[in-house]
Design a protein. Structure first.
Length: 415
C-alpha cells in the first residue's frame, strides 16, 4: 500500500480573499504543527523548565518565530515551483550529494519517530499501565491506521483527525499549566536572553531540535500540494491562505510549548524533570490526579498524531530524494524498529527523548540552508522570490542554529 496524493484543488474565485474563504483553505500547517508539539517537545521543555525555571523561554520563543518563517518558506517554494524541497534538492544536486542528503534526512526521520513512539508508549503506560513495548506497538499501529485514512479518504479527513488530536494536546497542557500556578513574572523574565552553563546550552539545542523540526520542513510543501493540487499559477491566493495557516498553527504550537515549559518550572523539581513518568507523578503529588491525567492524555495525543505525521514525512523524503514511494507498511516498520529496540532495552525514556531532539537540531541546517538558497533565486521562484530582508532573516536563523550546534560540540569536547 502506498500513500496517494488526491487532488482537491478548487477553482479560484474572488471570494478567496475574504477571511472565511481563506479559512477553508487552511489545514496543511496544522498537520505540520503537530511535529512541533510531539513527545520530544514535552520531554525537552519539561526538563528545561524543571532544571532552569523560565530561563530558556526566550529560546523557545525565538525557535517558534523561526518555525513560522521556515514553514512559510517551505510552502512558498512549492507554490512557486510545484515541487517539494526534497524534489528540488534531488534535481539540483549530483548523485553523491543527493544520497548524502537523503541519508541524513532518513536519520532525522528515525530520530523523530523514536521520540514519538516512545512518548506514546510512556503515555499509555501512565494512563493504563500498558507495558512500554506493547504501548510502542499500539502507537505504531494507530499511526498506520491514520495514514490509511489519509490514503483512502483524502487529505481533508486526515487533517481533521490530526487537528482534533492537536486540540486535545492544547487543552491538556494549557489546563495543566494554569492549574500548576504559572508565574507571570517568571514568564516575562524568561524572555530575556541568557544561559547558565553547558546544561542550558545542551537543552537550548534540544529546544531548537524539538521546535524547528527538519522533517516538517521537508513535508510542508507536500501537504500543501496534496490539499490544493497543482499550486503553480495560484500563487497570490495560496500565499494569503498559507500565511494565515502558518501563523495560526505555529502560534498554537508555541502556546503549547510555553505551557509545557511552564509546567516544569512551576510544578516540578530538577530531579524529575528528565523523566516523563517522574513528571506525571510529581504533578499527581503536587496538583492532584486530574491535572496529571490531562498531562498524560495530552502526551498520548501528541505521540499518536506526531508519529503518523513523521511516517508521512518519511515517504515524502524517500520520494523526493530517491524518486520513488516506499511501501507504507515498510516505512512504518523501518522507523518503528529502532524505537522498539530502545523500549525493549529498558533505556530511560525521558533521556532518550531529549537526546533525540538534540540529534534533530543537527539536521536543521541541512534543511534550512538549501531552503534559504532556493527561495532567494529568481530563476526558480519567479515573482515569489524572497525579498532581501526575508533572505537575511532566514539566513540568520540558519546561522544561529549552526553556530549553536558547533558551540555545543566544542563545549562537550572540551568538557
Amino acid at each position: 500500500m502506498t500513500i496517494t496524493h488526491p487532488r482537491e484543488a478548487r477553482t479560484a474565485t474572488t471570494a478567496v480573499f475574504r477571511t472565511p474563504a481563506l479559512l477553508r483553505m487552511t489545514g496543511p500547517a496544522f498537520v505540520a504543527a503537530v511535529a512541533y508539539v510531539d513527545p520530544g517537545n514535552v520531554a525537552t521543555n519539561i526538563t528545561a523548565g524543571a532544571r532552569h525555571g523560565y530561563l530558556l523561554l526566550w529560546v523557545l520563543a525565538g525557535a517558534n518565530i523561526m518555525a513560522m518563517l521556515v514553514q512559510y518558506l517551505s510552502a512558498k517554494l512549492t507554490i512557486a515551483t510545484g515541487a517539494t524541497l526534497p524534489e528540488i534538492c534531488a534535481r539540483r544536486l549530483r548523485r553523491p550529494a543527493r544520497l548524502a542528503m537523503w541519508a541524513q534526512a532518513e536519520t532525522v526521520a528515525i530520530a523523530t519517530d523514536l521520540a514519538e513512539v516512545v512518548g506514546g508508549a510512556v503515555a499509555l503506560h501512565l494512563l493504563f499501565g500498558t507495558p512500554l513495548v506493547a504501548g510502542g506497538l499500539i502507537t505504531g499501529a494507530v499511526s498506520w491506521v491514520m495514514l490509511v485514512v489519509q490514503s483512502r479518504r483524502g487529505q481533508r479527513r486526515f487533517e481533521a483527525v490530526v487537528i482534533a488530536l492537536l486540540a486535545v494536546i492544547l487543552v491538556g497542557f494549557v489546563f495543566t499549566a494554569f492549574d500548576g500556578g504559572v508565574s507571570l513574572d517568571g514568564l516575562v523574565s524568561g524572555l530575556v536572553p541568557g544561559l547558565s552553563g553547558t546544561d542550558s546550552l545542551f537543552l537550548s539545542c534540544g529546544i531548537l531540535g524539538a521546535t524547528v523540526m527538519p522533517h516538517a520542513i521537508y513535508l510542508h510543501g507536500a501537504l500543501l500540494r496534496d490539499r490544493h493540487g497543482e499550486p503553480r499559477g495560484r500563487g497570490r491566493e495560496l500565499l494569503r491562505a498559507t500565511r494565515l495557516d502558518v501563523l495560526t498553527a505555529m502560534g498554537l504550537a508555541g502556546m503549547v510549548n510555553a505551557a509545557i515549559l511552564a509546567i516544569g518550572a512551576a510544578a516540578l523539581s530538577p530531579a524529575v524533570g528528565a523523566s516523563l513518568e517522574g513528571a506525571y507523578r510529581g504533578l499527581a503529588a503536587g496538583l492532584g490526579q486530574v491535572p496529571a491525567a490531562f498531562f498524560a492524555l495530552a502526551l498520548l495525543a501528541s505521540g499518536l498524531a506526531a508519529t503518523s505525521v513523521g511516517t508521512y514525512a518519511g515517504t515524502v523524503i524517500a520520494e523526493g530524494f530517491l524518486g520513488r514511494w516506499s511501501s507504507l507498511s515498510m516505512r512504518r516498520l523501518a522507523t518503528l524498529v529502532p524505537a522498539m529496540a530502545v523500549l525493549a532495552a529498558g533505556a530511560e525514556p525521558g533521556r532518550v527523548l531529549v537526546i533525540s531532539q538534540v540529534v534533530l537540531s543537527f539536521g536543521i541546517p541541512f534543511a534550512l540552508w538549501p531552503l534559504v538558497m532556493f527561495t532567494r533565486r529568481r530563476d526558480l521562484m519567479g515573482r515569489l522570490v524572497n525579498r532581501p530582508v526575508t533572505t537575511v532573516c532566514a539566513a540568520a536563523c540558519a546561522s544561529a542554529v549552526t553556530v549553536l550546534n558547533c558551540a555545543l560540540v566544542w563545549y562537550e569536547t572540551a568538557g
